[in-house]
Write a protein that binds this ligand. Structure first.
Ligand code: SF4
Length: 90
């Protein structure tokens, strides 16, 4: 009995996505009518930990993912925003 060995070409070979080192930021959907009706606190600018003079977080987190402009752009593109789990509102 003859056996044949067929080698997959690079175009058909399945490639695995490398495992993430850390999880990506969770984005939450907001209903469009709620987004328009309520002033939802979801940006660093609304948070007690945000220092507006140098745009940093007192907890040491990167603020770029939660800044108002980023949130607005994300919502307009996907209907979702990345709400920070450590946000505090006075
Ligand atoms: S705790 Fe979160 S929302 Fe508040 S300033 Fe830091 S990164 Fe922004």
């Amino acid at each position: 009995m003859a056996s044949y060995h067929v080698e997959a070409s690079p175009m058909t070979k399945a490639t695995k996505t490398p495992k993430r080192i850390r999880p990506s930021i969770k984005h939450d959907p907001i209903h469009p009518s709620d987004y328009l009706k309520y002033e939802i606190a979801m940006a660093c600018e609304d948070c007690s930990h945000f220092k507006s003079d140098d745009a940093t977080c007192s907890l040491g987190y990167h603020t770029i993912h939660h800044r108002r402009e980023t949130q607005k752009q994300s919502y307009e593109l996907t209907g979702k925003v990345a709400i920070c789990r450590f946000m505090e509102i006075d």
